[in-house]
Ligand binder design. Structure first.
Ligand code: NDP
Length: 317
């Protein structure tokens, strides 16, 4: 029986692990085959406090991981495939192994969203991508298109100017959602141009992306532009498929919590982008991971002390 299982290894999961390990809970972190969360797919992180000159996303996550391991967190690089929170103890399946746990922190984050247009899936890896850091270098001196108007789209567009001959941002409205500093940088950049009020209806190309079919949302007019790469940066969906029948989720699939820490199941806590539809920052995820860990610790203390309400609510599950 584990005291605490943490599912996820982004800033929320690994911060929870640091706090729980320092509280002698010897947490088991199911980190996934690809640990580190979304910061592993980013370049320079300029707004994480403590790094005045910025730090690369993967390097930051390496620090999180080393810090958690230093205090005794057991990090396993496997995916959780199933959970059963209908009884107590809580049950988690990682690979083919079943683990019983007295408490669980869910910090599975969110994943990049796609447009769902014809050609997009077929050409993924052949010109269509959601990760500029991973794939940008393949498009030296090419025309690169970025879809979206948020910070991710601006960040990707700016990063891709290192490679592309030109970068075109296609956004469905005529104002950017991105923060002012990021928007200004992109708007000022000589290599970046914008197509406003426009959506992509189709990605075309036999073996590799060659063009995009566009539609103006103002006039309905359709057109086609040549493009060697399309980077999709239109937000994220929470990674909650395995919790669908186990935890209360909202209409968009985010975990419901009255206080951003507790879920509807006693002993199961939440942190990071899997709950947070609003802020979605590494620093806020880390803060939530800290809170989730402290609440798990309190829950276990009460359980150990035979606190009637905690024992009863856990047993009734
Ligand atoms: P956002 O939700 O902020 O932005 C998504 C963008 O994609 C919006 O402009 C949205 O349009 C557009 N969009 C959504 N769905 C579609 C669709 N189907 N077709 C076309 N366009 C679509 O997501 P981000 O990933 O950009 O950012 C998430 C969070 O992470 C934010 O809080 C952001 O601040 C943060 N972040 C911060 C960074 C930094 O500080 N360096 C870097 C990256 C992210 P519309 O505007 O019309 O809704």
């Amino acid at each position: 029986m584990e005291r605490l299982v943490i599912i996820g290894s982004g800033p929320a999961g690994l911060t929870a692990a640091i706090y729980a390990a320092r509280a002698n809970l010897a947490p088991v972190v199911f980190a996934g085959y690809q640990y580190g969360g979304q910061l592993m797919l980013t370049t320079e992180v300029e707004n994480y406090p403590g790094f005045p000159n910025g730090i690369l996303g993967p390097e930051l996550m390496e620090h999180f991981r080393a810090q958690a391991e230093r205090f005794g967190a057991k990090i396993e690089f496997v995916d959780v495939t199933k959970v059963d929170f209908s009884g107590y103890p809580l049950r988690v399946w990682a690979d083919d192994r079943e683990v019983a746990a007295q408490s669980v922190i869910v910090a599975t984050g969110a994943s990049a969203r796609w447009l769902g247009i014809p050609g997009e899936e077929r050409l993924r890896g052949s010109g269509v991508s959601s990760c500029a850091t991973c794939d940008g270098a393949f498009f030296k001196e090419r025309h690169i298109v970025v879809i979206g108007g948020g910070d991710s789209a601006m960040e990707e567009a700016l990063f891709l100017t290192r490679f592309g001959s030109k970068v075109t941002v296609i956004h469905r409205r005529d104002t950017l959602r991105a923060s002012k500093i990021m928007a200004d940088r992109a708007l000022r950049h000589p290599k970046i141009s914008f197509l406003w009020d426009t959506v992509v209806d189709e990605a075309k190309g036999e073996f590799h992306l060659t063009s995009l079919v566009l539609r103006s949302l103002k006039t309905g007019e359709r057109s086609e532009i040549e493009a060697d790469a399309m980077f999709v940066a239109v937000g994220h969906d929470p990674n909650t498929a395995i919790f669908r029948d186990q935890l209360e989720l909202d209409a968009q699939g985010y975990i419901v919590s009255r206080d951003g820490v507790h879920t509807n199941v006693p002993g199961v806590f939440v942190g990071g982008d899997v709950y947070d539809i609003r802020y979605k920052q590494a620093i806020t995820a880390a803060g939530m991971g800290c809170k989730a860990s402290m609440e798990a610790e309190k829950f276990l203390e009460d359980l150990d002390a035979g606190e009637p309400a905690v024992a009863a609510s856990a047993a009734s599950h």
